[in-house]
Design a protein. Sequence first.
Length: 274
Amino acid sequence: MPMSGPTVVRRQLGRRLRRLRDAAGKTERDVEEASLASRAKLWRIETGKTPVKVADVRALCWLYGADAATTDALAGLAAGTSAQGWWEEHNGAVPDWFGLYVGLETTATEIRVYDPELVHGLFQTPDYARAVYRAGRSDDDEVAIDRQVKLRLGRQQILERDPPPKITAILGAAALARLIGGRQVMAEQFARLKELSQRANVDVRVLPWEVGAHAALLGAFTILDFDDPDDPAVVYVETQVGARYLEKPEELSEYRRIFKLISEQSTPIEEDTR
């Protein structure tokens, strides 16, 4: 069975409450006028971005006319939304917008990644991760950098999960050509990628320079899939100051199309002889 966690529980509860509201014909304004939640709070609840109090769930279920069994079931979910993910115990080292991603990554059953410049965090060696953090935050002391590296390595625990997620990672040629941390660090990183690619659930691929123009020129993205229908797929696109979480069917379809195209143009990392 796939793992569960507060991020998944929040998303599932939010979607079920939204379905109840729609079925009851209630609008955001109706909820606000009943003094149960502001529109902003209701949006956070329905999108799974916040812990939810049991009392709030019971009040919303009352407004929506839910039966006792449904109300009790959703109240039970609410109790699980306040649990902390392991990454939330590191004194704010993970920004909220990325903490949501870590929660999704931790529980995903399939992960598809494209990154033109970097080895994905799930595959980074400690020295590679340290070099990446040091380049972006030269003003941080070594203690702060070590904390970030520890967090990154913590994410890699999902590789040992039972069952593990299926992961397909397509790296741009630049991700392997750029000497992050120096030649020795890159040699160790390359060996790690080849080692991981031997696992049945991991496929590491390279998009060669020779491909030229390709469908993913606009940059890195991650597609996360889940088994539970109440926890639908997400496309994650990161920026320097935040991230976008795309869930609309047309958005998912487009990113799946792009990933399929570049997958067909990529080659297994085992064929790379550097």
